[in-house]
Write a protein that binds this ligand. Structure first.
Ligand code: UPG
Ligand code: MN
Length: 946
């Protein structure tokens, strides 16, 4: 099979077409512009011809050597960690491949085998991909995938997959280069003909230039923005000056309450605003990366990357979705070893599925689609089968019971799937190694949810592959751009600035969200505005997925510093100052092999390692007592203590002086799914806010923690903002009830408005709008996204954030703990049916009540004004405006409540109407805000005499 033609097979056409039409319009690798030269045949046309025969053979691994399947299932004692009793047993069975490829029998469920077959790129993790964390690894230069199984996490089951991918390749690169040069010449030649020479042609001396560049936002956009911020600050000064000096005599309470809320809003605005003062964007040069690290005739010097995938609950996280993510990871490598314009191929498993459902004609002659469909059917059949657990639990192929049957109480499990024992593909390249690892779980041992799973993976990968970089993704977060790892390397491996980079965070992008993104699932404002702002300071916060880490940074070390300011030499992080073995074992736990691995600054494992003994060590590393009395989760690895492990983990690194980088490739690097129905979304936001409250109340609270370290001032602001925002729910809730109260009582939060006051109010309003608009401009965010974000800020604020606050306080003060509610990842049942799914939740009560009282307020207010004639319209205007502002923000919520079928569950209606009427009644009776002199009945605004 010829190399270059393989990039032109059908599946790549879609990618190619994308790149040509919507993408960069150039070959993503060599930057050569695709163009159609007048009079000459289309380049693609030419290529189309030799693609044909390859179509049949692309995934023909018929020549793969027979390989073995190793399975290690060890039972660790439930006692404290330590080697004693480590009885990991290794079984190995030969399984000859058929001419069609390899099939690895894994476990038996009744009659059916769960298997991995490489020929179809199918990976099924037993049983139905639900109970493991996985690992996969191979020696340098190739890709590995490891699964680490961490059962019995909340709520029931839990797995994480971990893969190890190398982005290095050798001979193929050379071949590609040759072809590339040839192509370039052709293009150049054609270019000469019509007088345009592509300026992006790679030049050899480019290999010495920086691998990326900061692109500050143009001053025409940023200067007015900053000016407006300053103006807004000044206006705010005048505003408070007026507000504080002008109480409302007949509604003192109302006035006081509103001013307190406004002060809080101003403070939280400042916390949110100033970290956006220096936004930047970045540009990477993948070709320079290649020129620098993939020198002709020499082995590639690009570093290896370990890839972790976490998944917990097979019901909420369908195995097919996890499998797709793993496929996309495998495809990165396949991509990389086959190179050039194939960057979209990796998308296939996931995208194929979706695209094919929408455009059935694509299915017609796609080799992939048939393969993929079979794969999908197989996975789903397994899932269906696995719904019914046999009476005695699952059994292994040899008839012994599967050790993982009890999700809360089981030994650690590690399974090597692929990529060892000399397994090679037709071209003699090593195949990816796939390992599935499941942490030991025992009752009484805290497993620390995802953070615990990640730490187990960090350790297991350290003894099996020890790549210097790690990528972690959620199970639903597939790789959508095969160059993602290379993008990250442009920062990590940059010779001048790379050493200080602890992680490269990619934005989260999503599939399957309703067109209007009703509940602001995409978080565009956060990912395109706030994060760019942080990137200009000390770097984006870590968001839990789509993030490439430097392994050394996860070990809790301070960032290196330049030895002398202009010098190019850096302090050696791991071994300076030299630390004793004891100290290291206190920090990292009792594993000499692991400790030794941490000292290898460039990663990798010693050449001659005994796989079996390392697997035994890995079993020890995933035992549930291993972390006792160590720094894991405190100073090392993913940090424990909050359901939003991500914020804490990134925060600790920034405190150690590291910088992170935000990378937004044109083609999204990763894509995930988000809950699109209201209740799931509110629960997700609840969990995030709960995590923030936990951090706020912990020793890691960024208001107090980490002074004198490496954390920069404005970066701290942003972390403070990310943990205090749930508190804003209280003033927000109060503020949203005010308009209703005002309308019902006829009082207002401001005294009769003077001209001066109205000018200030207008100015404030305009400055708020202007900052928003200018922000949208430099961030490239549309007004609709911005507005959804504003709306959801209010909706989430008065529901999820509020509940999170109470739950968090309960948890910290009274020890009442809450579970991590995993977000359901819908299959692709299309048509956003999920959007209309309605699940009753207490979270819905406050916003529903707010809606009702404000609507009542508006009705009462207008009725009153109609009764009282023209004069009463003037004062009413402010109140109406205020109430409508609230209703407008809650509008998507109202839509969600009503749903598609126009039915609001009666429970909610009854509760809310009850609450609203009680409040209204109580209001009329005991009105604390209104002075008692006036006749009470007048207050309600209705003319009761008639
Ligand atoms: O006990 C648990 C709970 C979750 N997970 C995994 O964590 C990931 C995220 O869970 P999900 O329910 O999808 O939460 P989201 O709110 O969608 O996730 C965002 O927020 C989380 C923090 O709350 C981060 O961990 C995620 O990376 C980030 O995408 C998934 O892969 C899960 O399998 C575990 O491994 N163990
Ligand atoms: Mn998710």
């Amino acid at each position: 099979m010829s190399f270059c033609s393989s990039m032109l097979m059908k599946p790549e056409r879609t990618c190619y077409e994308y790149e040509r039409k919507e993408g960069s319009q150039a070959c993503p690798q060599c930057k050569t512009r695709y163009k159609r030269v007048k009079g000459s045949p289309r380049v693609e046309g030419d290529e189309e011809e030799d693609e044909i025969d390859d179509l049949e053979h692309e995934f023909d691994y018929g020549n793969i050597e027979a390989s073995s399947f190793t399975q290690v299932v060890g039972a660790m004692p439930s006692g404290r960690g330590g080697h004693a009793g480590s009885t990991g047993s290794a079984t190995s069975s030969k399984n000859d491949s058929s001419s069609q490829g390899l099939e690895f029998p894994l476990l038996t469920y009744g009659e059916e085998d769960v298997q991995i077959s490489y020929d179809q790129h199918a990976i099924i993790v037993p049983p139905f991909a639900s109970q493991g964390n996985g690992i996969h690894q191979t020696p340098a230069g190739h890709q590995h995938l490891v699964c680490v199984h961490t059962r019995s996490m909340v709520p029931e089951k839990d797995i994480a997959l971990y893969g190890y991918g190398s982005i290095a390749w050798k001979e193929r690169m050379e071949e590609w280069r040759k072809r590339q040069n040839h192509k370039l010449q052709v293009v150049k030649h054609q270019g000469d003909n019509d007088g345009e020479l592509d300026p992006d042609l790679p030049m050899m001396d480019e290999g010495r230039q920086p691998l990326s560049r900061k692109l500050p936002i143009s001053s025409s956009k940023i200067s007015p923005y900053r000016l407006i911020i300053i103006l807004r600050l000044v206006v705010l000064g005048f505003f408070f000056h007026y507000r504080i000096l002008h109480p409302v005599p007949d509604a003192y309470g109302l006035w006081m309450t509103s001013v307190i809320c406004e002060i809080w809003f101003a403070v939280s605005w400042i916390l949110d605003q100033f970290p956006k003062w220096y936004p930047i964007e970045r540009e990477t040069y993948l070709d320079r990366l290649s020129l620098r690290y993939e020198k002709e005739g020499r082995p590639s010097e690009l570093a290896d990357v370990d890839i972790f995938v976490s998944t917990v609950d097979p019901m909420k996280e369908p195995p097919l979705i996890t499998a797709n993510t793993v496929l996309s990871i495998l495809a990165v490598d396949i991509q990389l070893t086959k190179s050039c314009a194939m960057c979209q191929m990796m998308v296939q498993p996931c995208l194929l599925l979706k695209h094919f459902q929408r455009h059935p004609n694509l299915l017609e002659n796609g080799f992939h689609s048939r393969e993929y469909d079979e794969f999908k059917v197989r996975v789903n059949r397994l899932v269906a089968m696995a719904q019914k657990v046999p009476e005695d639990g699952w059994t292994m192929q040899d008839g012994t019971p599967w050790p993982g049957n009890n999700v809360r109480d089981h030994p650690g499990m590690i399974q090597l799937f692929l990529g060892h024992d000399g397994l090679r593909d037709v071209d003699g390249n090593e195949l990816p190694r796939l390992v599935y690892v499941s942490r030991e779980k025992r009752p009484g041992f805290e497993h620390h949810k995802k953070a615990g799973a990640m730490n187990a993976l960090v350790r297991v990968s350290a003894v099996l592959s020890n790549a210097p970089y790690l990528l972690n993704v959620d199970c639903d977060h597939y790789i959508n751009n095969s160059k993602a790892l290379r993008e990250a390397m442009c920062f990590m491996m940059d010779p001048t600035s790379g050493k200080k980079v602890c992680y490269v965070q990619f934005p989260q992008r999503f599939d399957g969200i309703d067109r209007h993104d009703r509940y602001s699932n995409r978080n565009v404002v956060f990912f395109d505005i706030n994060m760019k702002g942080l990137d200009g300071l000390q770097g984006p916060i870590y968001v839990g997925t789509g993030c490439v880490f430097r392994r050394q940074a996860l070990y809790g070390y301070d960032a290196p510093v330049r030895k002398k300011p202009p010098s190019k030499t850096w302090t050696n992080i791991a071994s300076s100052p030299p630390v004793s073995q004891e100290k290291l074992e206190k920090r990292f736990g009792q594993s000499p092999v692991f400790v030794a691995s941490t000292l290898r600054e460039n990663g990798g494992i010693p050449d001659k390692v005994n796989l079996t003994s390392h697997l035994k060590e890995a079993m020890h590393l995933i035992s549930c007592g291993y972390e006792d009395k160590t720094e894991w989760g405190k100073e090392v690895g993913w940090i424990y203590g909050s359901v939003t492990e991500d914020i804490l983990t990134g925060f600790k690194m920034h405190c150690h002086g590291w910088r992170s980088v935000y990378c937004i490739p044109k083609r999204p690097a990763f894509k995930g799914s988000a809950p699109i129905n209201l209740s799931d979304r509110l629960h997700q936001v609840l969990r995030w806010a709960l995590g923030s409250v936990e951090i706020f109340l912990s020793k890691h609270c960024p208001i107090w923690y980490g002074y004198g370290g490496g954390l920069k001032g404005l970066e701290r602001f942003s972390y403070i903002n990310s943990v205090v925002y749930p508190w804003t729910s209280i003033p927000l809730l109060v503020y949203c009830t005010l308009p209703a109260i005002c309308l019902l009582t006829g009082k207002f939060i401001v005294p009769e408005i003077s001209n001066y006051a109205s000018i200030i109010f207008m100015a404030l309003f305009i400055s708020i709008a202007a900052t928003g608009i200018l922000e949208m401009q430099w961030g490239g965010v549309g007004i609709d996204d911005w507005w959804r974000n504003e709306q959801f800020w209010v909706i989430g604020g008065v529901s999820s954030h509020l509940f999170a606050l109470f739950q968090g306080l309960l948890k910290v003060l009274a020890g009442v703990s809450t579970n991590f509610t995993v977000t359901s990842k819908g299959g692709d049942d299309g048509e956003f049916s999920e959007l209309y799914v309605f699940k009753w939740t207490t979270l819905l009560i406050p916003p529903t009540t707010l809606l009702i009282i404000n609507i009542i307020g508006v009705v009462v207010g207008i009725a009153d004004a109609v009764n009282n004639g023209y004069d009463s319209w003037g004062p009413l205007f402010g109140k109406l405006f205020f109430a409508i502002w609230v209703i407008m923000h809650l509008y998507p919520f109202l839509k969600g409540l009503i749903g598609k079928q126009d039915r609001v569950p009666t429970v909610i209606l009854i509760w809310s109407i009850l609450l609203a009427s009680i409040m209204t009644l109580v209001w009329v009776r005991v009105n604390p805000f209104v002075s008692r002199d006036g006749p009470i009945l007048e207050i309600c605004g209705l003319n009761c005499d008639e």
